[in-house]
Design a protein around this ligand. Structure first.
Ligand code: DLL
Length: 440
């Protein structure tokens, strides 16, 4: 018999509320074990420690973490496929891989215990946004080498919810299942959910009439404006979930019902924010690159992994009472920045500028080209059918407003093209916002 807890009470969230001192003691003990494990079993890590004249015993306090060497994405590529494993293959029960932008994927490994930790943080993620046993979770993250599908799956089951392992794609079937099986929660990328919203009326489904009440959205950057649009159009509450394969997959951080930025599951992942250029810690609340250390990963410990994700860490207590610190929603990565005529731009800035203007749809693409050595940027954005039906004068006015909005926010003059709804290619997973044709 399934035990259904009353709304508002979720005992699985208890570790999120540990008194700070207990949390920090736990972190230190786990950090010390992790450093010892990596030192004993990962040659690259041992070599870097020795170059710095460091021994695992030199980690005496949590602050000593800053003495340790960083790990970066190329370390995973250079040791492809199994060079950073700290467990023998017989103890590894699962492999996942993440396709990078270039060449070989990076491979990540899990022992049975690691899978347990992952299920635990995903279960707590679901609990944090108000899900319980009795909820029906439609899991539309891709199953396979991508961590989204199986990560959410095990967490949902651990919670005691009913998981529908539908995976990504086939929007018609997603909507049918959502309606017929009475899904109360959906997990997918925010861009894919926008696609579902768009298809629903065409397939005769009114999302607002369904029992669906929670969306667990992540795996790609999305903005606050996007959240508001999703919520207004679907009637559900949209929560931001963050994670990355190198650390575990989804479930590194998750928003609570206050929707005030994801809480990091600090009992398993130790966060730091560093200055992009100097690598030194920034002051509390300041933006920088998120660096994460796993505190319990057996198969593949990650020490001071530079995520390239830009955010800030806040110690300000959340209204929910969790002691876990929060990160600011991750809007950009240091490596998705593009430079046009000397101006640094992030796709999320363009998204914010476009969605500020009424008449736009949350589907856009940025195309970079080079003509006679000069960089050009074209921004394509879909606008509503009503707008398209308007007079040329109205359309021109909207176009000017959009250009202005982008210029105000980014300092960049762009060629702006308004396109009909459904013109820009939809994705079932992570959306591709920038098409850089300059190197071709
Ligand atoms: O995307 C894991 C995941 C699956 C997270 C499902 C959330 C939900 P990777 O494919 O390794 O893993 O990509 C990790 O995606 O470093 C961020 O740049 C980006 N990312 C993930 N979640 C968010 C988010 C999964 N909520 C990379 N907001 C990360 C912004 C995100 N970016």
């Amino acid at each position: 018999m399934k035990k259904i807890h009353p709304a508002g009470f979720n005992p699985v969230s208890a570790p999120d509320f540990l008194p700070l001192e207990r949390l920090q003691n736990l972190q230190l003990q786990r950090l010390q074990d992790m450093v010892q494990r990596a030192y004993d079993h990962v040659p690259l890590f041992r070599q870097r420690m020795q170059e710095r004249d460091l021994q695992p015993a030199d980690v005496r306090t949590l602050a000593d973490v800053t003495k340790l060497p960083f790990t970066v994405k190329t370390d995973l590529r250079d040791t492809y496929p199994f060079g950073l494993f700290a467990s023998p293959m017989r103890d590894i029960v699962r492999l996942h891989a993440s396709t990078g932008t270039t060449g070989k994927p990076i491979v990540v490994a899990y022992t049975k215990e690691d899978i347990g930790v992952w299920a635990n943080v995903m279960m707590r993620s679901f609990a944090a946004c108000g899900l319980h046993s009795g909820d029906v979770i439609q899991n539309a993250y891709g199953y396979g080498l991508f961590t989204g599908g199986l990560g959410a799956h095990y967490g949902g089951e651990a919670l005691g919810a009913t998981v529908i392992p539908i995976s990504g794609g086939n929007t018609q079937r997603q909507l049918m299942v959502m309606k017929d099986f009475g899904s109360t929660a959906i997990c997918c990328t925010p861009s894919y959910f926008l696609h579902i919203i768009e298809q629903a009326p065409e397939l005769g489904v009114n999302l607002k009439e369904l029992p669906l009440r929670v969306g667990v959205f992540g795996a790609e950057p999305w903005t606050e404006t996007m959240r508001r649009r999703i919520e207004a159009e679907s009637g559900l509450k949209a929560y931001d979930i963050y994670g990355l394969s190198e650390i575990i997959g989804p479930g590194v951080a998750m928003e609570c019902e206050c929707q005030a930025g994801p809480h990091i599951f600090e009992d398993w992942f130790f966060p730091e924010i560093i200055d992009l250029k100097t690598g030194k810690p920034v002051a509390d609340g300041e933006e920088g690159e998120l660096v994460l250390t796993t505190l319990g990963k057996q198969a593949m410990p990650m020490i001071r992994y530079r995520t390239r994700d830009i955010t800030a860490l806040t110690t300000e207590r959340c209204e929910c009472g969790r002691t876990l610190r929060r990160i600011q929603r991750i809007g950009r990565r240091s490596d998705d920045m593009f430079i046009i005529r000397g101006v640094n731009v992030y796709p999320s800035q363009i998204e914010t500028a476009l969605l500020k203007v009424e008449g736009t749809l949350p589907h856009y693409q940025i195309i970079l080209t080079r003509d006679k050595g000069l960089d050009e940027v074209e921004v394509q954005v879909e606008v509503t059918r009503e707008v398209f039906g308007d007079t040329v004068g109205v359309l021109e006015q909207l176009q000017r407003r959009l250009c202005q909005s982008v210029e105000t926010l980014t300092g960049l003059r762009v060629n702006l093209r308004m396109v009909q709804p459904q013109t820009i290619q939809r994705s079932e997973g992570k959306a591709k916002r920038v098409i850089d044709q300059r190197k071709m």
